[in-house]
Design a binder for this molecule. Structure first.
Ligand code: SF4
Ligand code: SF4
Ligand code: SF4
Length: 704
């Protein structure tokens, strides 16, 4: 069985230690960086001779247990001036010095010319001094196993300093060896190499760093100091990369359950940070960080005894207490925003922006309205708005209305929507919850559609649709909104609604009537096209690609919200000379129209495809009309001219010079003899293009 299959069988994952690649003499294993920037073993079955050597050395499969379950533990502080040059204060340097003093070698990590953090073996004091423990950088074992093994076989002493799983892998590789001394370090998880490299390139414009210092923080966040090849020193306080590492946004998923963290440890000694816990140790001069040393074996005892007298301070601490430290826990839960972070970087967004937005739940735009109503047109309109912002490079959050209406579910399950999960705000049932959840959303948008319908006035949702949850200082915008049913101008509730709309910074509406109503109340409103007209064509192409519905070559798409309105439609089909597919809104109750033949298209994707594939569109729906125009279809719109929701239809048709396609009944359309007349779509397009530019300009200028 291949090593990857064996790991999968055991419910484990590769942690990128390189030992299997080193041990396989048939070249069947290669280490590759995965899409998130972690090294993974891949095996080539055609080269594998099934010797099982890789399984024997893999630390995730074979765990060499060397330490004790109850080590002696000490809080320690080194004397200033005895440090490894570019590392933070650590007793590791003293153990390294001890090994050199007895003629041995030290193997620990150094920065190579490419700013990778690789293990190096040396007995040169200068090189050993340059070794550091930057746990925020991916540590790469590469081919160090054979180099250490050679020295040990030659009877030389080696002190290996690394993270616990690397110590385990080395022990598996070399077997029991009296000359190997190992020191394992506290570890919170292997960081992503890709994230590290992206960060260096973005922040410093180079991967050629000669020196790096990561200080993990305390009260003011992490500090990164970097020195470039041309000797420039760059300082990054409150560093986002360190924060991303510390909050486990960029640590390996296979480190989230670490079998090397608890006792018995893999090193003869363990060295870890006792940072804030230093306050618990009675030591008058304990300003700054204290470290902890755990003595796990007799070799560890030998090393600790060898340096003890040179320490500035040490005192025993209880192991029971150390067990409570984060790095001693095998559970390293990943940051909940990790999927969003990877989603953003995969879309080509910079590391800094992806990390910052993911960690602090920032969004450029939050949209609320009828975005997951059971209505094809409404759903599509919101998806188009979402896509428009996404294509502008904005991070978008879809905000669910809250409701506490009796009889409505208080916590609805999400419909299958087209939005990635990191674009969906968790359900908020109260105003306060909603306020908190959007505190880092820079622009809050309501609309499009009849979100200010007076039939919603009694419901809590109207508060959402007038953005009552937005902090007063946040930018609030309405996009192509409308009042829907006729406005009762002096109605008390309506006046309250207008007061709320007045608090929106920039108002745009879809129709002249809504604009006039706003004007009467002193609110300047812009006429705005529906977002379906504004987004990129590829949005519809992509949706249609996912549809598996088949449509004939010639058909009338007869799409009705109220099938009664298309009464007598057969006369139109006869005039055209081909048949129809009758589709109703997903909100239409088919029982109400018994006998009316309805084809259920089930999804927005199938609905869009039906309109795109049709030869003629007959409808009473605003959004079907919008799509018919967008796809340059001949159409007839049938609806009473004073019908509620008719304002935006009238505004659109008159704006595009298409009023002649709107009739109150099928008979009226037949009488007008326009069924077979052409529409001058080139002329329509000229107007549409100019209105589109205006609408997009307005939206862009409205955003902060
Ligand atoms: S089983 Fe042997 S030959 Fe096959 S990949 Fe592992 S080490 Fe290589
Ligand atoms: S030996 Fe190391 S690199 Fe190979 S599969 Fe196991 S954990 Fe991964
Ligand atoms: S968290 Fe565990 S598995 Fe991951 S790098 Fe550290 S020691 Fe290895």
């Amino acid at each position: 069985m291949s090593i990857t299959a064996e790991l999968e069988k055991r419910g484990k994952g590769c942690i990128g230690c390189f030992v299997c690649e080193n041990v396989c003499s048939n070249g069947a294993i290669k280490m590759i960086l995965d899409g998130e920037g972690y090294y993974r073993a891949t095996s080539d079955a055609s080269l594998c001779k099934s010797c099982n050597r890789c399984l024997e050395v893999c630390p995730q499969i074979t765990l060499p247990l060397v330490g004790t379950g109850s080590p002696d533990c000490y809080a320690v502080k080194v004397i200033s001036g005895m440090l490894i040059e570019n590392s933070v204060e650590s007793p590791v340097s003293m153990f390294a010095k001890w090994m050199l003093s007895r003629g041995g070698h030290v193997c620990a990590t150094v920065l190579d010319d490419n700013s990778d953090f690789v293990y190096l073996l040396s007995n040169d004091e200068g090189i050993v001094k340059s070794m550091g423990n930057f746990k925020c950088i991916c540590r790469e074992m590469r081919g160090i196993y054979g180099i250490i093994d050679e020295k040990l076989k030659a009877g030389e002493y080696v002190l290996f300093v690394g993270c616990p799983c690397h110590v385990a892998a080395l022990r598996n590789y070399v077997g029991e060896n009296d000359h190997l001394y190992a020191l394992d370090l506290s570890c919170g998880g292997q960081p992503s190499k890709t994230a590290y490299r992206d960060y260096l390139l973005e922040s410093f414009g180079s991967l050629a760093m000669t020196d790096l210092l990561f200080d993990n923080g305390g009260l003011f966040g992490g500090l990164l100091v970097a020195k470039s090849a041309d000797d420039k020193v760059m300082v990054s306080p409150n560093d986002i990369y360190i924060t991303a590492y510390e909050r486990r946004l960029i640590t390996d998923v296979n480190c989230s359950d670490c079998q090397f963290a608890s006792v018995p440890r893999q090193g003869d000694l363990t060295v870890g940070c006792l940072r804030d816990e230093g306050r618990l140790v009675r030591y008058e001069d304990s300003r700054g960080d204290l470290d902890v040393v755990m003595v796990n074996t007799s070799k560890g005892e030998e090393m600790f005894t060898g340096v003890r007298d040179e320490l500035a301070y040490f005192r025993p601490v209880s192991f029971d207490y150390l067990k409570t430290l984060d790095w001693m826990s095998s559970s390293h839960p990943l940051n909940e925003s990790r999927p969003r972070f990877h989603n953003m970087t995969n879309r080509g967004i910079s590391f800094v922006r992806s990390a910052d937005y993911s960690l602090f739940k920032r969004y450029d735009v939050g949209i609320t309205g009828f975005w997951r109503n059971n209505d094809y047109g409404g759903e599509l309109s919101y998806y188009a708005l979402y896509s428009l912002f996404r294509d502008m490079g904005k991070e978008v959050l879809m905000i669910e209305y809250r409701n506490n209406i009796e009889g409505y579910p208080s916590n609805p399950t999400f419909l299958n929507t087209m939005y990635p999960s990191d674009s969906l705000l968790r359900w908020c049932s109260t105003l306060e919850d909603q306020q908190e959840a959007v505190s880092q959303v820079y622009n809050l948008i309501t609309g499009p559609g009849p979100i200010w319908d007076r039939r919603l006035l009694d419901q809590n949702s109207i508060g959402c649709y007038s953005l009552d949850f937005a902090p007063i200082w946040r930018n609030k915008i309405s996009v192509s909104s409308t009042f829907g049913s006729p406005v009762r101008r002096n109605d008390e509730d309506h006046l309250k609604l207008m007061e709320r709309i007045g608090k929106i910074d920039r108002v745009s509406v879809s129709d002249l009537n809504s604009r006039d109503v706003c004007k009467e109340m002193g609110i300047e409103a812009e006429i705005m096209l529906d977002p379906i007209f504004l987004c990129n064509d590829t949005v519809f192409d992509e949706l249609i690609k996912t549809s598996r519905a088949d449509y004939p070559n010639w058909f009338v798409l007869s799409y009705a919200i109220r099938p009664n309105s298309l009464h007598g439609a057969e006369k139109i089909y006869d005039a055209l000379g081909f048949g129809a597919i009758n589709v109703c809104s997903s909100m239409t109750d088919p029982n109400k129209y018994d006998g009316y033949p309805i084809t259920d298209v089930y999804s927005v994707e199938n609905w869009v495809k039906a309109i795109k594939k049709s030869s003629f569109v007959l409808t009473d729906s605003y959004h079907a009309l919008v799509l018919a125009i967008l796809f340059r279809k001949p159409f007839l719109f049938i609806m009473k001219k004073d019908a509620s929701h008719g304002d935006r239809v009238a505004t659109l048709l008159s704006m595009l010079g298409l009023e002649g396609r709107h009739f109150e009944s099928v008979d009226e359309a037949i009488e007008a003899n326009v069924v077979n007349s052409d529409i001058d779509y080139d002329g329509v397009w000229d107007i549409l293009d100019s209105k589109r530019k205006d609408s997009i300009k307005w939206i862009m200028e409205s955003l902060v």
